[in-house]
Design a binder for this molecule. Structure first.
Ligand code: BDR
Ligand code: CA
Length: 313
Protein backbone atom coordinates (compact mmCIF):
# COMPACT_ATOMS: atom_id res chain seq x y z
CA UNK A 1 0.00 0.00 0.00
CA UNK A 2 1.36 3.47 -0.84
CA UNK A 3 2.18 5.91 1.97
CA UNK A 4 0.17 9.15 2.12
CA UNK A 5 2.51 12.15 1.97
CA UNK A 6 2.28 15.90 1.99
CA UNK A 7 5.12 17.81 0.33
CA UNK A 8 5.87 21.32 1.55
CA UNK A 9 8.01 23.09 -1.05
CA UNK A 10 9.55 26.36 -2.18
CA UNK A 11 9.35 24.97 -5.73
CA UNK A 12 12.82 25.62 -7.08
CA UNK A 13 14.85 23.47 -9.45
CA UNK A 14 15.75 20.56 -7.14
CA UNK A 15 12.25 20.77 -5.65
CA UNK A 16 10.91 20.15 -9.17
CA UNK A 17 13.06 17.03 -9.46
CA UNK A 18 11.83 15.93 -6.02
CA UNK A 19 8.20 16.36 -7.08
CA UNK A 20 8.76 14.36 -10.27
CA UNK A 21 10.39 11.60 -8.22
CA UNK A 22 7.45 11.57 -5.79
CA UNK A 23 4.78 11.37 -8.49
CA UNK A 24 6.61 8.56 -10.22
CA UNK A 25 7.03 6.46 -7.11
CA UNK A 26 4.30 3.88 -6.48
CA UNK A 27 5.38 3.63 -2.83
CA UNK A 28 3.99 7.15 -2.26
CA UNK A 29 0.61 8.72 -2.66
CA UNK A 30 0.97 12.51 -2.78
CA UNK A 31 -2.15 13.86 -1.07
CA UNK A 32 -1.17 17.53 -0.93
CA UNK A 33 1.49 20.00 -1.96
CA UNK A 34 1.85 23.14 0.13
CA UNK A 35 4.04 26.05 -0.92
CA UNK A 36 6.22 28.35 1.13
CA UNK A 37 8.37 31.38 0.38
CA UNK A 38 12.03 30.47 -0.01
CA UNK A 39 13.83 30.00 -3.30
CA UNK A 40 11.39 32.51 -4.81
CA UNK A 41 8.27 34.27 -3.54
CA UNK A 42 5.37 32.04 -2.61
CA UNK A 43 3.09 33.02 -5.50
CA UNK A 44 5.75 31.93 -7.99
CA UNK A 45 6.21 28.70 -6.02
CA UNK A 46 2.49 27.95 -6.27
CA UNK A 47 2.44 28.59 -10.01
CA UNK A 48 5.45 26.31 -10.42
CA UNK A 49 3.59 23.50 -8.69
CA UNK A 50 0.63 23.90 -11.08
CA UNK A 51 3.06 23.94 -14.02
CA UNK A 52 4.78 20.76 -12.91
CA UNK A 53 1.51 18.89 -12.37
CA UNK A 54 0.41 19.92 -15.87
CA UNK A 55 3.72 18.79 -17.31
CA UNK A 56 3.45 15.41 -15.57
CA UNK A 57 -0.24 15.12 -16.51
CA UNK A 58 -1.06 14.05 -12.98
CA UNK A 59 -4.51 12.43 -13.13
CA UNK A 60 -5.47 12.40 -9.47
CA UNK A 61 -4.53 15.93 -8.51
CA UNK A 62 -3.44 16.37 -4.92
CA UNK A 63 -4.63 19.35 -2.91
CA UNK A 64 -2.51 22.37 -3.78
CA UNK A 65 -2.26 24.95 -1.03
CA UNK A 66 -0.35 28.19 -0.67
CA UNK A 67 1.38 29.09 2.56
CA UNK A 68 3.59 31.65 4.23
CA UNK A 69 4.70 34.68 2.26
CA UNK A 70 7.56 35.35 4.64
CA UNK A 71 9.45 33.68 7.48
CA UNK A 72 8.15 33.93 11.06
CA UNK A 73 10.47 36.75 12.05
CA UNK A 74 13.40 37.17 9.66
CA UNK A 75 12.98 39.06 6.38
CA UNK A 76 12.69 36.78 3.33
CA UNK A 77 15.91 35.81 1.57
CA UNK A 78 15.42 34.19 -1.83
CA UNK A 79 17.82 32.18 -4.00
CA UNK A 80 16.92 33.32 -7.50
CA UNK A 81 20.63 33.37 -8.41
CA UNK A 82 20.54 29.56 -8.03
CA UNK A 83 17.00 28.75 -9.20
CA UNK A 84 16.34 31.53 -11.71
CA UNK A 85 13.97 34.51 -11.37
CA UNK A 86 10.93 32.21 -11.69
CA UNK A 87 12.33 29.36 -9.57
CA UNK A 88 12.43 27.03 -12.56
CA UNK A 89 15.72 28.04 -14.13
CA UNK A 90 14.15 30.94 -16.04
CA UNK A 91 12.31 28.63 -18.46
CA UNK A 92 8.74 28.82 -17.18
CA UNK A 93 7.70 31.12 -20.05
CA UNK A 94 8.36 28.18 -22.39
CA UNK A 95 5.90 25.99 -20.48
CA UNK A 96 2.15 26.07 -21.14
CA UNK A 97 0.45 28.90 -19.19
CA UNK A 98 -1.21 27.88 -15.96
CA UNK A 99 -4.95 28.33 -15.54
CA UNK A 100 -7.31 28.09 -12.62
CA UNK A 101 -4.80 28.84 -9.93
CA UNK A 102 -6.98 28.50 -6.84
CA UNK A 103 -4.81 27.17 -4.06
CA UNK A 104 -6.18 26.26 -0.64
CA UNK A 105 -4.62 27.37 2.63
CA UNK A 106 -1.39 25.57 3.57
CA UNK A 107 -1.74 25.53 7.36
CA UNK A 108 -5.33 24.28 7.18
CA UNK A 109 -4.26 21.63 4.68
CA UNK A 110 -1.44 20.40 6.93
CA UNK A 111 -3.84 20.14 9.87
CA UNK A 112 -6.56 18.47 7.78
CA UNK A 113 -4.17 15.79 6.54
CA UNK A 114 -2.75 15.17 10.03
CA UNK A 115 -6.32 14.57 11.22
CA UNK A 116 -7.25 12.40 8.25
CA UNK A 117 -4.17 10.15 8.08
CA UNK A 118 -2.62 10.43 11.58
CA UNK A 119 0.45 8.19 12.02
CA UNK A 120 0.29 7.05 8.39
CA UNK A 121 1.11 10.56 7.16
CA UNK A 122 4.64 11.65 6.28
CA UNK A 123 5.26 15.35 5.72
CA UNK A 124 8.25 15.95 3.46
CA UNK A 125 9.55 19.50 3.80
CA UNK A 126 11.91 20.71 1.08
CA UNK A 127 11.75 24.43 1.82
CA UNK A 128 11.87 26.63 4.94
CA UNK A 129 9.77 25.22 7.79
CA UNK A 130 7.48 28.25 8.19
CA UNK A 131 4.21 26.48 7.28
CA UNK A 132 4.77 23.56 9.63
CA UNK A 133 5.77 25.92 12.44
CA UNK A 134 2.57 27.91 11.88
CA UNK A 135 0.54 24.70 11.93
CA UNK A 136 2.19 23.78 15.25
CA UNK A 137 1.37 27.21 16.62
CA UNK A 138 -2.23 26.94 15.57
CA UNK A 139 -2.91 23.34 16.71
CA UNK A 140 0.08 21.54 18.15
CA UNK A 141 -1.77 18.39 19.21
CA UNK A 142 -3.00 17.80 15.69
CA UNK A 143 0.48 18.11 14.14
CA UNK A 144 1.78 15.69 16.78
CA UNK A 145 -0.54 13.08 15.24
CA UNK A 146 1.58 12.93 12.04
CA UNK A 147 3.75 9.86 11.61
CA UNK A 148 6.95 11.63 10.58
CA UNK A 149 8.41 14.78 9.10
CA UNK A 150 11.30 14.29 6.69
CA UNK A 151 12.98 17.68 6.54
CA UNK A 152 15.69 18.73 4.09
CA UNK A 153 17.84 21.21 5.97
CA UNK A 154 20.79 21.84 8.23
CA UNK A 155 24.54 21.24 8.09
CA UNK A 156 26.16 19.34 10.95
CA UNK A 157 29.71 18.26 10.17
CA UNK A 158 30.11 20.14 6.90
CA UNK A 159 30.12 23.86 6.08
CA UNK A 160 26.88 25.63 5.22
CA UNK A 161 25.73 26.75 1.79
CA UNK A 162 24.31 30.08 3.01
CA UNK A 163 27.20 31.52 4.91
CA UNK A 164 29.86 29.49 6.68
CA UNK A 165 27.65 27.41 8.97
CA UNK A 166 24.03 27.48 7.80
CA UNK A 167 22.06 25.62 5.17
CA UNK A 168 19.56 27.68 3.09
CA UNK A 169 16.19 26.29 4.30
CA UNK A 170 17.07 26.66 7.98
CA UNK A 171 18.85 29.97 7.41
CA UNK A 172 15.75 31.48 5.77
CA UNK A 173 13.51 30.68 8.74
CA UNK A 174 15.62 29.63 11.73
CA UNK A 175 12.78 30.23 14.19
CA UNK A 176 10.53 27.84 12.30
CA UNK A 177 13.27 25.24 12.02
CA UNK A 178 13.90 25.44 15.76
CA UNK A 179 10.19 25.15 16.56
CA UNK A 180 9.76 22.05 14.40
CA UNK A 181 12.95 20.26 15.45
CA UNK A 182 12.15 20.72 19.14
CA UNK A 183 8.40 20.06 18.82
CA UNK A 184 8.41 16.36 19.67
CA UNK A 185 7.04 15.33 16.25
CA UNK A 186 9.22 12.48 14.90
CA UNK A 187 11.61 14.22 12.48
CA UNK A 188 14.26 12.86 10.15
CA UNK A 189 16.66 15.63 9.14
CA UNK A 190 18.33 15.37 5.72
CA UNK A 191 21.23 17.84 5.95
CA UNK A 192 23.97 18.93 3.55
CA UNK A 193 26.15 16.20 5.11
CA UNK A 194 24.24 13.69 2.99
CA UNK A 195 22.80 15.81 0.17
CA UNK A 196 26.31 16.91 -0.86
CA UNK A 197 27.07 13.26 -1.47
CA UNK A 198 24.33 12.91 -4.08
CA UNK A 199 25.28 14.74 -7.22
CA UNK A 200 24.13 14.42 -10.79
CA UNK A 201 26.41 15.54 -13.60
CA UNK A 202 25.18 17.50 -16.62
CA UNK A 203 26.65 14.98 -19.06
CA UNK A 204 24.64 12.18 -17.45
CA UNK A 205 21.41 14.20 -17.57
CA UNK A 206 21.98 14.92 -21.26
CA UNK A 207 22.77 11.31 -22.04
CA UNK A 208 19.66 10.03 -20.26
CA UNK A 209 17.38 12.75 -21.67
CA UNK A 210 18.53 11.94 -25.22
CA UNK A 211 17.71 8.28 -24.75
CA UNK A 212 14.28 9.08 -23.28
CA UNK A 213 13.36 11.90 -25.69
CA UNK A 214 10.03 12.85 -24.07
CA UNK A 215 8.57 16.28 -23.27
CA UNK A 216 9.21 15.72 -19.59
CA UNK A 217 12.83 14.71 -20.22
CA UNK A 218 13.43 17.79 -22.39
CA UNK A 219 11.85 20.06 -19.78
CA UNK A 220 13.99 18.52 -17.04
CA UNK A 221 17.07 19.40 -19.09
CA UNK A 222 15.86 22.98 -19.63
CA UNK A 223 14.95 23.56 -15.99
CA UNK A 224 18.27 22.25 -14.65
CA UNK A 225 20.58 24.01 -17.13
CA UNK A 226 21.34 27.21 -15.20
CA UNK A 227 21.20 25.41 -11.82
CA UNK A 228 24.07 23.27 -13.06
CA UNK A 229 25.98 26.21 -14.53
CA UNK A 230 25.68 27.85 -11.13
CA UNK A 231 27.32 24.80 -9.55
CA UNK A 232 30.03 24.86 -12.22
CA UNK A 233 30.85 28.44 -11.33
CA UNK A 234 30.65 28.13 -7.57
CA UNK A 235 31.52 24.49 -6.83
CA UNK A 236 33.67 23.57 -9.79
CA UNK A 237 31.57 20.73 -11.24
CA UNK A 238 29.07 20.84 -14.08
CA UNK A 239 26.17 19.22 -12.30
CA UNK A 240 23.94 19.73 -9.29
CA UNK A 241 23.22 18.56 -5.78
CA UNK A 242 20.05 16.51 -5.34
CA UNK A 243 19.10 17.99 -1.97
CA UNK A 244 15.32 17.76 -2.18
CA UNK A 245 15.08 14.54 -4.21
CA UNK A 246 17.03 12.81 -1.42
CA UNK A 247 14.37 13.82 1.13
CA UNK A 248 11.70 12.25 -1.09
CA UNK A 249 13.99 9.23 -1.52
CA UNK A 250 14.09 8.79 2.25
CA UNK A 251 10.28 8.99 2.43
CA UNK A 252 10.21 6.16 -0.12
CA UNK A 253 12.98 4.11 1.49
CA UNK A 254 14.11 5.20 4.99
CA UNK A 255 16.97 2.68 4.80
CA UNK A 256 18.77 4.91 2.28
CA UNK A 257 20.31 6.85 5.15
CA UNK A 258 21.89 5.97 8.47
CA UNK A 259 20.76 8.36 11.19
CA UNK A 260 21.80 9.36 14.66
CA UNK A 261 19.26 10.30 17.29
CA UNK A 262 20.25 13.61 18.83
CA UNK A 263 18.82 16.79 20.31
CA UNK A 264 19.14 19.68 17.84
CA UNK A 265 18.66 23.40 18.39
CA UNK A 266 18.70 25.89 15.54
CA UNK A 267 20.44 29.22 16.17
CA UNK A 268 17.97 31.98 15.42
CA UNK A 269 19.70 35.02 16.89
CA UNK A 270 23.43 34.53 16.35
CA UNK A 271 25.28 37.41 14.77
CA UNK A 272 27.46 35.03 12.75
CA UNK A 273 25.62 31.74 13.16
CA UNK A 274 21.99 32.34 12.17
CA UNK A 275 20.41 29.09 10.92
CA UNK A 276 23.19 26.89 12.30
CA UNK A 277 22.11 23.44 13.49
CA UNK A 278 23.59 22.85 16.94
CA UNK A 279 23.52 19.14 17.77
CA UNK A 280 24.44 17.57 21.06
CA UNK A 281 26.45 14.61 19.74
CA UNK A 282 27.80 14.13 23.29
CA UNK A 283 24.33 13.02 24.31
CA UNK A 284 24.33 15.04 27.53
CA UNK A 285 20.97 16.67 26.83
CA UNK A 286 18.32 15.36 29.26
CA UNK A 287 16.30 12.55 27.70
CA UNK A 288 13.14 14.46 28.53
CA UNK A 289 13.98 16.94 25.73
CA UNK A 290 12.92 16.01 22.19
CA UNK A 291 15.46 14.45 19.84
CA UNK A 292 15.42 14.00 16.07
CA UNK A 293 17.03 11.55 13.66
CA UNK A 294 19.87 13.22 11.75
CA UNK A 295 21.05 11.51 8.55
CA UNK A 296 24.84 11.37 8.48
CA UNK A 297 25.45 8.65 5.87
CA UNK A 298 23.70 7.84 2.63
CA UNK A 299 23.78 4.84 0.33
CA UNK A 300 24.62 7.04 -2.61
CA UNK A 301 24.56 4.44 -5.36
CA UNK A 302 21.21 3.01 -4.27
CA UNK A 303 19.66 6.46 -4.17
CA UNK A 304 21.03 7.50 -7.56
CA UNK A 305 19.72 4.26 -9.10
CA UNK A 306 16.27 4.95 -7.67
CA UNK A 307 16.38 8.60 -8.80
CA UNK A 308 17.35 7.89 -12.41
CA UNK A 309 15.04 4.89 -12.78
CA UNK A 310 12.08 7.05 -11.83
CA UNK A 311 13.08 10.37 -13.40
CA UNK A 312 13.52 9.03 -16.90
CA UNK A 313 10.56 6.63 -16.88
C1 BDR B 1 17.93 23.70 -0.12
O1 BDR B 1 17.90 25.09 -0.46
C2 BDR B 1 17.13 25.30 -1.62
O2 BDR B 1 17.67 26.30 -2.42
C3 BDR B 1 17.02 23.96 -2.29
O3 BDR B 1 15.83 23.84 -3.02
C4 BDR B 1 17.05 22.98 -1.13
O4 BDR B 1 15.77 22.79 -0.58
C5 BDR B 1 19.37 23.25 -0.10
O5 BDR B 1 20.10 23.97 0.85
CA1 CA C 1 13.78 23.50 -1.81
Amino acid sequence: MSKPILIDTDAGVDDALALILAFRSPELSVKAITTVAGNVDVKKCTRNVYRLLDLLQVKHRPIIAEGARRPLRAPLLTASEVHGPDGLGGVSAKLPPVRNVKPENAVETILRLCRRYGKRLSIVTIGPLTNVALALKSDRRTVLRAGRIVSMGGAFRVPGNTGPVAEFNYFVDPDAAHAVLTSGVPVTVIPLDVTHQVVVMRSEMEYRARRRASDVARTILDITKDYMLYHRETQGFNGGYLHDPLAVGVAIDPGLVRTRRVHVDVEADGTYTRGMTVADFRNRTPRSLPAVEVALNVDRDRFLRLFHDRLWM
